[in-house]
Ligand binder design. Structure first.
Ligand code: GDD
Ligand code: MN
Length: 351
């Protein structure tokens, strides 16, 4: 019988968990008659995970992919994918924090969903014994992810490391192996229409220790920012411009420059700041003529700021005399205008 489900398990020093993992996967799937393979992608673990996996392949349907060194979680999954034979692919860690017993419940949804995520944050799911701080960090990162990545807005647990997808979801899609969360990469770049979540309880590690440290949180945020759509990046750059604007203004005022001068320099500093960040990041790789783009961006910003000011004045004098509200509505008009002008006129899309 051909393999239906390929279960990719990246490992680094997980020897002590392997046997239990394979045993539980097997007993979870066997009763349903699912033909599966487990692909252990090991990064040359010093504890001999790969060798032990080879040995266990006499008892269980296991393939071992041994890589030369610790090359990271996402790239391990992508390498595993290359040798996966199943029509469906599951990804999970080796330490049994993800209970294999959830697999059948996830498989049931395959008819109707492109990606099925084991979720801590849907009804019935939970985290056992997590400290308040870890919960807070996890929730915070989840919230930021959902705000910055509109494509995953409906997903309750986008940071999950346990999920199943149909193989054709990623066929022909190029994914960043340095990205830390392969699930995000798949959700944002893959051919995904329907995403489903199945509740589970995130357990405590069976044996060994976690490979995730605080530097991964920073990596994660960078990854999310890089996956975010242009308008989100443009808005973030705009927000940084406001900080620069007010910062320069405050500094110049501190040295007793007149407001009329400080204000102008603050505005110009923010336009330059926004230009550089948009050029290097938001619209990276678009257009070559730096000076032309620089001048055009000044024009688009001026037009948008003018629109913002006119809107604000009209609202304040004709509709509702609150400065803050009038100014905010002005920003609501100016921002998309600047975005559209920047996109169409400054950083013209590549033909
Ligand atoms: N091959 C390889 N290379 N495997 C790795 C590497 C690596 O560089 N880094 C970690 N792994 C393996 C671990 O051995 C384990 O099997 C799995 O990836 C998950 O790593 P853990 O160290 O157990 O991470 P965690 O439990 O703190 O975090 C997990 O759960 C989070 C919450 O859902 C991960 O799955 C996270 O992605 C997830 O956000
Ligand atoms: Mn773990």
């Amino acid at each position: 019988m051909s393999v239906v489900l390929s279960i990719i398990v990246p490992t680094y020093n997980e020897r002590a968990n392997l046997e239990e993992l394979l045993k539980r996967i097997d007993s979870a799937l066997r009763v349903y008659g699912v033909s599966y393979e487990v692909i252990i992608v090991d990064d040359n673990s010093p504890d001999g995970t790969a060798e032990y996996a080879e040995k266990l392949s006499e008892l269980y349907p296991v393939k071992v992919l041994k890589r030369l060194g610790k090359l990271g979680l996402s790239s391990a999954v992508l390498d595993g994918l290359k040798i996966a034979e199943g029509e469906f692919v599951a990804v999970m860690g080796a330490d049994l924090q993800y209970p294999p017993e959830v697999l059948p419940k996830m498989l049931e949804k395959l008819q109707n969903c492109d990606v099925i995520i084991a979720s801590r944050y849907v009804e019935g799911g939970s985290m056992s014994e997590w400290s308040f701080l870890r919960r807070l960090i996890s929730k915070g990162a989840t919230l930021i992810t959902r705000v910055l990545l509109p494509k995953v807005r409906t997903v309750k647990d986008p940071m999950s490391g346990f999920f199943i997808f149909r193989r054709d979801v990623v066929e022909g899609v190029s994914m960043n192996p340095r990205g830390f969360k392969i699930l995000l990469e798949i959700l944002v770049r893959g051919n995904v229409r329907k995403i489903c979540e199945v509740p589970y309880t995130f357990g405590v590690r069976f044996k060994g220790e976690s490979k995730l440290d605080t530097s991964e949180i920073v990596n994660y945020m960078v990854h999310v920012l890089n996956l975010s759509p242009e308008y989100v990046r443009f808005a973030l750059v705009g927000a940084s411009g406001v900080v620069v604007n007010l910062g320069v203004l405050t500094l110049l005022r501190y040295f007793n420059f007149p407001h009329v001068f400080a204000s102008a320099v603050g505005i110009e500093a923010s336009v330059v700041n926004n230009f550089i960040l948009n050029d290097l990041w938001t619209f990276r790789g678009r257009g070559k003529d730096w000076w032309r783009k620089f001048l055009k961006f000044h024009t688009s910003s001026a037009v948008a700021l003018l629109a913002q000011w006119i809107t604000s004045v009209i609202i304040y004098y004709k509709v509702f005399s609150s400065s803050i509200i009038a100014q905010l509505i002005g920003i609501l008009v100016g921002f998309p205008m600047n975005y559209i002008l920047s996109k169409r006129f400054v950083w013209t899309p590549l033909q």
